[in-house]
Design a protein around this ligand. Structure first.
Ligand SMILES: C[C@H](N)C(=O)N[C@@H](Cc1c[nH]cn1)C(=O)O
Ligand SMILES: [Zn+2]
Ligand SMILES: [Zn+2]
Length: 476
């Protein structure tokens, strides 16, 4: 049965109400990576839990214990497990999403307040989390609302798993999935995650791969306090000088990873594999308009796409403890910490890459002849994931996309990471599908993050239609 026409017209009619609900969600600054905002992530868990209950979902909030961040012991935000439908004749879909967000402040260069959802004249809904991942999570709630109000049974049983630590390594969630394998997650037939983006701004996508991640912090320390550069400059080893030197040895300007062995783990694409990327609807203009500058690493679109989808990448993120304020402070910082991460692709794993990075940093540091101290920390990690896109779960999503967008979706691999994806696939032994709602230029993790109203509304219809297509699947 296709999605009922009444559901689709209800979604259109509720556009303003759905945007108002998204605005409420965006207004809660649920930044998981900043201890100062941890209570707000808890608030967000409570808010979403109430929204789910209001549309008929049975839920429980699960305490995931504590963890240490920046030297502080913090309570992890409770995950939300939900369930609606217990009909043994129907398939059971596990839906995952996250309600935490990346940090954002106006001073980063936002044109509007990041935690005030602002509707632009062209339909863009601008605000932190609009696309990653509050809009998609609320897409599911929107679909349930019609079923609840009209007392229409769902075409499938749904199990939900929503978390508030995805942007920081999904701490505690893997253990919960393993623990609930034969409990809450018993009978799950497939997984659907809406937490990534189309490749471009035109073509809907289904995603069958994610890169993994190892995120490092390299601490360099020396003096017991910050020093005056006029008094101590050229008298002592300076931590920042050592750190910059180390960080400059990690990656070159063409994106090559300089840690020996890391790039070599990945085979070169043959012609058959290149053809997959050649066929995708993408151009150098797409990447350059998304980033707002003509800075693509190559003029060859296939090369650029493979850089994101099937190659590892190393990015330098920042330096804690470095002077970054206005003015010209003549300080020698006493201790600094550089942060960088490597996105991993098969066959790389955190276990195979981490020792190479640690050994390289230690040997390069030794070459500096510095008397400062180096301490390398792995902050979090996740394995890469690739799925079988010939599975019925993908066929259902292809049909749903054609029904809503009258277009065949691109089949993509995502450059980002969602650590729990592989855990679902391996622990539950089921197929996982990524069904993105937003466009490639949404600016997730960036300033002025947005979700287009049309993507929010059509994306809601897509999620609903996908459930009806899964409900139609007869085999396995
Ligand atoms: C793709 C997903 N929406 C996402 O943004 N994932 C994050 C996960 C992460 C890991 N460490 C910090 N964040 C990402 O890929 O960066
Ligand atoms: Zn996300
Ligand atoms: Zn994210």
């Amino acid at each position: 049965m296709p999605a009922p026409a009444a559901l689709l017209s209800y979604i259109d009619a509720q556009t303003d109400a759905f945007i108002t609900r998204l605005a409420e969600a965006v207004a809660i600054p649920s930044i998981s990576g900043d201890p100062a905002y941890r209570d707000r992530v808890h608030d967000m868990s409570n808010w979403l839990n109430a929204q789910l209950q209001a549309v008929g979902v049975t839920t429980k909030q699960v305490d995931l214990g504590t963890h240490v961040m920046d030297g502080q012991t913090l309570h992890l935000p409770p995950a939300i497990l939900g369930r609606i439908g217990e009909d043994k004749s129907k398939k059971t879909v596990l839906i995952y999403g996250h309600f935490d967000v990346q940090p954002a402040s106006k001073s980063d260069g936002w044109d509007t307040e990041p935690f005030v959802l602002t509707k632009e004249a062209d339909g863009r809904l601008v605000g932190r989390g609009s696309s990653d991942d509050k809009g998609p999570v609320l897409g599911w709630v929107n679909v349930l609302q019609w079923h609840h109000e009209t007392q229409t049974p769902l075409p499938v049983n749904i199990v939900f798993c929503f978390e508030g630590m995805e942007e920081n390594g999904s701490e505690g969630l893997d253990d919960l999935v393993v623990k609930e394998k034969d409990g809450w997650f018993k009978d799950v037939d497939c997984v659907c995650i809406s937490d990534n983006y189309w490749l471009n701004t035109r073509t809907p996508a289904l995603t069958y791969g994610l890169r993994g991640l190892v995120y490092f912090k390299i601490n360099v320390s020396g003096p017991t306090r910050d020093l005056h550069s006029g008094v101590f400059g050229r008298m002592v080893h300076e931590p920042m000088t050592d750190l910059i030197s180390l960080m400059s040895r990690l990656v070159d300007s063409a994106g090559n990873i300089l840690v020996p062995g890391v790039d070599d783990m990945v085979s070169v694409a043959d012609n058959e594999e290149r053809a997959i990327y050649e066929k995708l609807d993408y151009s150098i203009e797409d990447v350059e308009s998304s980033v707002g500058a003509k800075i693509a690493l190559s003029a060859d679109k296939t090369q650029v796409l493979m850089g994101r989808m099937r190659s590892p990448s190393l990015s330098l993120h920042g330096i804690e403890g470095a002077f970054s304020g206005p003015g010209a402070k003549t300080v020698i910082p006493a201790k600094v910490a550089g942060k960088f991460s490597i996105r991993l692709v098969p066959p790389q794993t955190p276990d195979s890459v981490t020792p190479l990075v640690e050994a390289y940093l230690k040997s390069e540091f030794a070459k500096l002849g510095s008397k400062n101290s180096l301490h390398v920390e792995l902050l979090h990690d996740g394995k890469p994931w690739v799925a079988d896109y010939k599975h019925w779960n993908y066929n259902a999503a292809i049909k749903a996309t054609e029904a809503i967008y009258s277009q065949k979706p691109d089949l993509t691999r995502e450059g980002g990471s969602i650590p729990v994806t592989l855990t679902f696939a391996e622990t539950l032994g089921v197929n996982v599908l990524l069904l993105p709602m937003g466009r490639g230029d949404d600016g997730a993790h960036s300033t002025n993050e947005k979700l287009d109203t049309s993507n929010f509304i059509k994306g809601t219809k897509l999620l609903g239609t996908y459930l009806y297509e899964v409900g139609e699947v007869k085999d396995s």
